[in-house]
Design a protein around this ligand. Structure first.
Ligand code: KIV
Ligand code: ZN
Length: 515
């Protein structure tokens, strides 16, 4: 007789912890689009944000709670009543709302960050869980920095919050410090010393500072964890979080070993990875497990020979199983609405009729300039035309002169809130001249942190994609621009970053001392 595999819950925190990656901030439209894709992917819970941290985060969580129906929607809160109230206001319209309360339990955090003694931390944790429980039936409690906490104290806190009504207890490795053998001992200790633990969901949340987030998570599952907190492409604070696709595919590929299953439709993994990479501007490294460009590429002759004879010689999972498009279906100027709609579905985008018409018009314009329109071109169209928020700055025109005997000079015209601004500037090169002119005309005091160019499709008519990272005060914004002309793409990316800075300045009050 075979026993039914146990279901491991996937708690996705791409929109909260993932968004804490430097410069990864997403606008509300982008967040909703990612949330929709996570729902299609089949995650159990979406941590949509930290509602008290900013107006923008609050609005995003609220919209996601109103629109996404088949996952739990989670709002993060510290133990303060105002945080809990705000999280509740944001998630209250969800089908399955969750308030996720956290407080640090390690000596180092209690002493230096919270300036509270252990009794006070215990009291705050219980108070917060009770307060959240009065508003919502499902409360998750996290002991931040659990892996550097005293295990006896941790067990005491967990039992107390379970008594207060918590449905799920989370054991975060906040600073990516633990190793598999130690983490599994901690799980065993908690399960043996917290009397009521088995009626709760045991969740794990691992960071990747030592590259062990996935290994620690899988070990924890073998030691009784039934929920995994993770992010798409492993993005997140510092070295990132446990990668969703790696854990899910490890459980699936090695079901013989683990005997667990998730609800994830693995064929949606690749489109989800692409979408997150595009909206955050964080590229996936080519050798990244599961979703990297080389994950299914076979270079060595012996490997190619083996693959041709029998795929399982060198492939432990297939590209199709994670949703790498089977066909090289390339659209062109003769492609119609039907093919375009199918392609959008394949890429994971669900557009309203109006958005579809706008996207189709842009696609036709690109197809007129290029022989072949690749998936990457279409993703760019969606990002630029559909997901972008109304801009404060608009690039009206750009003219650049440059050459072996000329000082690179750029003239730009911008519109800012309806006012026309013109400027001409010299530079060390044509891109520098364009940036100087935009900077001077906008009056921005931002500093350029990074400039990156890549061809997003192949061929000499390829669209070039430019990423520009700008910093102003405490805000960092990533701008992206694409065009068949690399100088135009650069100017668009710079203006896009300026617009995102404006958005951040307006919306984001960075929370001091948060996770
Ligand atoms: O890393 C961490 O401890 C967190 C908590 C808020 C769960 O992100
Ligand atoms: Zn975290």
């Amino acid at each position: 007789m075979t026993t039914k595999p146990i279901h491991i819950r996937i708690f996705d925190t791409t929109l909260r912890d993932g968004e804490q990656s430097p410069g990864a901030s997403m606008n509300p439209r982008e967040k909703l689009e990612v949330a929709r894709q996570l729902e299609t992917l089949g995650v159990d819970a979406i941590e949509a944000g930290f509602p008290i941290s900013s107006e923008g985060d609050f609005e995003s969580v609220k919209t996601i709670a109103e629109k996404i129906k088949s996952c739990q929607i989670v709002g993060l809160a510290r133990t303060q009543p105002a945080d809990i109230e705000r999280a509740w206001e944001a998630v209250r319209h969800a089908e399955a709302p969750v308030i996720h309360v956290f407080i640090a339990t390690s000596p180092i955090h209690m002493k230096h960050k919270l300036r509270l003694n252990p009794d006070q931390v215990l009291e705050e944790a219980v108070f917060a869980v009770k307060a959240a429980k009065r508003l919502v039936s499902f409360v998750e409690f996290s002991a931040e920095d659990a892996t550097r906490s005293d295990p006896d104290f941790l067990c005491k806190v967990f039992q107390a919050v379970l008594d207060a009504g918590a449905s799920c207890i989370n054991i975060p490795d906040t600073v990516g410090y633990t190793v598999p053998a130690e983490y599994s001992r901690l799980l065993d200790t908690i399960r043996s010393k917290v009397p009521d633990i088995e009626r709760a969901i045991i969740s794990v949340h691992c960071h990747n500072d030592l590259g062990l987030a996935v290994a620690n998570t899988l070990t924890a599952i073998e030691h009784g964890a039934t929920q995994v907190e993770c992010t798409v492409n492993g993005i997140g604070e510092r070295a990132g979080n446990c990668s969703m696709e790696e854990v899910v595919m490890a459980l699936r590929t090695r079901r013989d070993h683990f005997g667990f299953q998730t609800r994830v439709d693995t064929e949606q993994i690749y489109p989800t990875s692409r979408m997150v990479s595009r909206v955050t501007g964080i590229r996936v490294q080519p050798n990244k497990a599961v979703v990297g460009a080389n994950a299914f590429a076979h270079e060595a002759g012996i490997h190619q020979d083996g693959m041709l004879k029998e795929k399982t010689t060198y492939e432990i999972m297939t590209p199709q199983s994670i949703g790498v498009p089977k066909s090289e279906l390339v659209l062109g100027k003769h492609s119609g609405r039907h093919a375009f709609r199918e392609k959008l579905k394949e890429l994971g985008y669900e557009l309203s009729d109006d958005q579809f018409h706008r996207a189709f018009a842009c696609f036709k314009a690109v197809a007129d300039k290029k022989k072949e329109v690749f998936d990457e071109d279409i993703e760019t169209i969606i990002a630029e035309e559909i997901l972008r928020l109304p801009d404060r700055y608009v690039l009206d025109f750009l003219s650049i002169t440059s050459g072996t005997h000329l000082i690179p000079t750029a003239t730009v015209q911008l519109t800012k809130d309806g006012e026309t601004l013109k400027q001409a500037e010299f530079g060390d090169g044509p891109v520098d001249a364009a940036f100087q002119a935009i900077r001077a005309s906008s009056g921005s005091r931002s500093e350029l942190l990074r400039y990156e160019v890549s061809a997003i499709t192949s061929g000499s008519d390829a669209q070039g994609e430019v990423s520009v990272r700008l910093k102003e005060g405490e805000h960092v914004a990533l701008g992206q621009g694409a065009s068949t002309d690399i100088l135009v793409a650069s100017a668009k990316a710079y203006v896009n970053a300026l617009n995102k800075l404006e958005y951040l300045k307006k919306m984001k009050k960075i929370l001091r001392g948060g996770p």
